[in-house]
Design a binder for this molecule. Structure first.
Ligand SMILES: [Zn+2]
Length: 691
């Protein structure tokens, strides 16, 4: 019976899942409830009341939303009764609404419950009660009709008998009052339904795996106008009855639950939900006046990590973000800044990737190979429990309006790679698979980290050869960084001193500005500062762009700076202006953006000063002949490593001779250099091995 349920309403005899049965236990209106009906009618006529407006504007299928706070003010008895016996209260409110004069039938829905239950705290004591939960839609099924009632005619006396759908099954009446047991089906009542799965919002989970709960949406909650609200990626608040459903087999003693939703509303949890007091505001304003604020923020990011100045600057700008804009021709430009860092293991990359999403609301950290079936973007998968094809949000959708940190970016699936193009540029993800066609929101800043193609950077190969990410996707990143772990005794000493210092609990380990304050600062800047690009600032950016392009014209490589980088420069400048709450993008902001852009271009092997792909830069400043020699020997070692891990230096010398490197000194020199740079090691005298 597990198959097919929910997937189609076409067959009347089809088994349906008990969990999806929206019909409550049969409840009748007794004398006490009759009193409640009268009270409710009276409530409907008190003012102000949404019902009063609805009387005028009601059209078919519309619902009247009753505020529980207002109901409680009118009668706490009614409100308490709703929470304790919602099924009965629905009947009472419906009866009351039916008795007042309305042009069309209207359904009662309730919202505004004070106490919200965390999904992880849902317990058996909540079953049957009216509850309120909030979460982000992770999965959503298609919208399908479902039978809730059937009508049968007795073949002997012609009486009509209504049968509710119980435990998901459509059944015939057992016997008519006339004693006849033969019936003919004459009608059925259907409603539209959708199953969704919501997970706890970010601020509750604190890095733990978020709890999830299934939710059944019916009727006008899935109307075309409301459907989008329950698409994956949206954050919603739900009121409804928690119902139990047997786990697995029908008569299993183990129970699971789902929320039979009565009311659904979108909620936004973004920067604006961060509480900023008057005192905070004053502090933020005075911080913004500090000419050193930019440096202080940058220094506060992972202070225990030595150096990495430019990438830390880039991340701080990313947190503030640029301004999204829509041109008159409806072209959209994103405000999100995307950053990529490709680095050797232990280059500090992973720490930054893990730390950054913790600073922002809706921040998430995933690993490219470890993401869910939905991947980074979205996918359509088969979920028998929810009934057929479901749309599942990937990490980028779930982090919509926040930041997504992706480690091992190069390991993402092919499907994701295609969808990332749209997501990173348009801020949305379109998906069309099976019968599902949808566009999901993904306005997410990406901080991606990747590994070099051969696990470590090879200083004698060009950078572009060593990045396993397609060029089209690379171009979506505003800034790119290469983090190499090259032994350098001077620097190494500083790094170690720095670590020792921060371990001692000295000033170096503690951020100058606490993350809590940084979060408030960013939230405030995002809400109150929309810096305008001045003519002067625009000119600086334009000059840099056109001059760099011009230099690259006669260069030895495809033009590395395009309009995409120009837009990136604008975003970075705006972010910089926001840091000082400046209403205008100033010269200093554009210069900061240009400085980072130049650094990023250089890291990728392009020299903005000459317009050349600068091999000296990307290959470590060795002479051409030496480089050729190193290249030849690296190739030999590469080739030999295929058959044996450790390689005799003798054999390398022989092979090198054939390639024109005559003296053993020359070979020894190169091997020494490679050892110093951590690319080779000597497992035993006379042999070398690749790291
Ligand atoms: Zn009969």
């Amino acid at each position: 019976m597990a198959e097919n349920r929910f997937s189609s309403g076409s067959s009347e005899e089809q088994a349906m899942d008990p969990s999806l049965n929206p019909v409550s236990e049969e409840v009748t209106i007794d004398s006490r409830n009759k009193m409640f009906v009268d009270m409710f009618k009276e409530f409907l006529h008190t003012k102000p009341n949404p019902y009063n407006q609805l009387v005028k504007s009601s059209s078919e299928g519309e619902a009247v939303v009753i505020d529980i706070g207002m109901l409680s003010k009118f009668s706490s008895e009614l409100a308490d009764f709703l929470v304790a016996k919602p099924d009965e209260m629905f009947l009472i409110s419906q009866e009351a609404i039916n008795q007042v004069d309305l042009p069309a039938p209207v359904k009662a829905r309730f919202s505004g419950l004070d106490d919200m239950v965390n999904i992880r705290d849902l317990r058996s004591s909540h079953i049957g009660r009216f509850s309120c939960v909030e979460g982000v839609v992770r999965r959503a099924s298609e919208i399908r009709p479902q039978i809730v009632k059937t009508e049968w005619e007795c073949e002997d006396c012609g009486d009509l008998i209504t049968q509710p759908v119980k435990f998901g099954y459509v059944s015939k009446p057992f016997q008519c009052n006339c004693g006849c047991r033969r019936f003919k089906q004459t009608g059925k009542k259907m409603i539209d339904t959708r199953m969704i799965s919501i997970e706890e919002p970010f601020e509750l989970t604190e890095g733990e795996k978020p709890s999830q709960v299934n939710v059944l949406l019916t009727d006008d909650l899935v109307s075309p106008a409301n459907r989008r609200m329950s698409d994956p990626g949206n954050r919603i608040k739900l009121h409804g009855i928690l119902r139990e459903t047997p786990k697995g087999k029908l008569f299993s003693a183990k129970l699971d639950f789902f929320l039979d939703a009565n009311h659904l509303e979108p909620t936004e949890a973004e920067w604006r939900t961060i509480e900023i007091t008057k005192k905070d505001e004053e502090e933020i304003k005075s911080m913004a006046k500090d000419p050193k604020i930019y440096d202080k923020l940058v220094d506060s990011l992972a202070p225990s990590l030595y150096g990495l100045r430019e990438i830390k600057e880039a991340i701080i700008l990313q947190l503030f973000g640029g301004l999204p804009r829509t041109l008159a021709d409806r072209t959209n430009f994103r405000g999100d800044i995307h950053i990529l860092c490709i680095g050797d293991p232990a280059s500090g990359k992973s720490q930054l990737l893990k730390l950054t999403p913790e600073i922002v609301p809706r921040g998430r950290y995933v690993s490219g190979k470890g993401v869910t079936a939905a991947g980074l973007t979205a996918s359509v998968i088969k979920d028998e429990l929810m009934g057929g094809w479901v749309l599942e949000a990937g990490a980028m959708v779930l982090a919509n309006k926040g930041l997504l940190s992706i480690d091992e970016f190069e390991k993402m699936s092919n499907d994701d790679q295609v969808a990332m193009h749209e997501a990173m540029e348009q801020g949305s993800i379109s998906i069309a698979k099976a019968s599902i066609v949808a566009t999901l929101p993904a306005k997410t800043a990406i901080l991606a980290g990747g590994n070099p193609k051969f696990s470590r950077f090879d200083a004698y190969k060009s950078i572009s050869e060593q990045i396993d990410i397609p060029e089209t996707l690379l171009s979506r990143f505003d800034l790119k960084f290469i983090l190499k772990d090259i032994p350098d005794s001077e620097r190494d000493k500083k790094v170690v001193d720095h670590i020792l210092e921060s371990r001692k609990g000295g000033a170096e380990g503690k951020p100058e500005i606490e993350y809590d304050m940084i979060r408030k600062y960013i939230a405030y800047a995002k809400m109150h500062c929309k810096p305008e690009l001045t003519d002067e600032a625009g000119k600086v950016l334009r000059n840099f762009y056109t001059r760099t392009r011009k230099k690259a014209e006669g260069g030895n490589a495809p033009v590395p700076i395009t309009l995409r980088q120009f837009e990136a420069l604008m975003r970075l400048s705006e972010a910089s202006a926001k840091i000082q709450l400046s209403p205008k993008v100033r010269r200093v902001d554009t210069q900061r953006a240009i400085k980072l852009m130049k650094h990023s271009l250089q890291q990728m092997g392009f020299d903005p000063a000459t317009g050349q792909i600068d091999i000296d830069k990307s290959e470590g400043g060795t002479s051409y002949t030496e480089r050729t020699r190193i290249r030849v020997i690296m190739d030999i070692i590469e080739e030999m490593s295929k058959t044996s891990k450790s390689i005799k230096i003798e054999d390398i010398e022989k092979a090198a001779k054939k390639e024109g490197i005559e003296t053993t000194d020359e070979v020894a020199e190169v091997i020494d250099k490679l050892k110093r740079e951590g690319m080779l090691f000597e497992p035993k005298v006379g042999t070398v091995q690749k790291v």
